[in-house]
Design a protein around this ligand. Structure first.
Ligand code: AKG
Length: 210
């Protein structure tokens, strides 16, 4: 049963993927995913995203002007997409898989408001691996209004005007030493963003040397 939060803009389903399957999925995704370390320049300074990331599906979700060629669905990811579509009663054509290698990795305050996902996008986020915090604040405010601990197998659905009214973040947690994988399913329909930031991203193995 989904719990509705933020007046129904965010739905939380604990253990949407049951624990044994969530552990197996995490191990398989760690092994199978061709991780990308994303590097670009911002105001002349080199930046590397504090997480590894890969796009799958028919379309890629371009953020911050970074454009990627999506990889085709794997059977495992297509299976998870079908479940995400059933939970959200929506169709998805784009997936970003992100690896937070440890508590130094995270994602800063942002909203998924790229016009290519439409006005009130429905987004399904699935977590595997170690638990991490997921914070939400109203747009224009510094006050956190929701502080969730997301565990392996948990699903979050964001919908309605969530991306206009709120921002979200996965903060660094220096005490966390274990990895987490997050999947976000989106429906991308608009033309690709015109703003294109060149990047010099490279495929990496993680853990290094394995
Ligand atoms: O890792 C998460 O739980 C959130 C990911 C996220 O914010 C995003 O993909 O936009």
């Amino acid at each position: 049963m989904f719990t509705g939060l933020l007046e129904g803009r965010l739905l939380l389903l604990r253990e949407a993927v049951p624990p044994a399957e969530a552990a197996e999925t995490f191990a398989a995704l760690l092994r199978e995913t061709p991780w990308l370390a994303v590097r670009y320049e911002n105001a002349g300074r080199p930046v590397e995203l504090p997480r590894l990331t890969v796009n799958y599906g028919e379309r890629s979700y371009d953020y911050a002007g970074l454009r990627f060629e999506p990889r085709p669905w794997t059977p495992r990811l297509a299976g998870l997409k079908a479940r995400a579509e059933a939970w959200a009663q929506a169709q998805f054509n784009a997936l970003i898989v992100q690896l937070y290698r440890d508590g130094r990795d995270g994602v800063n305050w942002h909203a998924d408001d790229n016009p290519a996902v439409g006005v009130d996008p429905t987004i399904v986020s699935l977590s595997f691996g170690t638990s991490r915090r997921f914070l939400v604040r109203p747009r224009g405010s510094q006050e956190v209004c929701l502080d969730l601990e997301l565990h392996a197998g948990d699903a979050v659905i964001m919908r309605g005007d969530m991306q206009h009214a709120f921002q979200h973040r996965v903060p660094p947690e220096p005490a966390v030493t274990a990895p987490r994988i997050n999947l976000t399913f989106r429906a991308v329909s608009g033309p690709p963003s015109q703003e294109v930031v060149p990047h010099s991203s490279r495929e990496v193995r993680w853990p290094e040397g394995e």
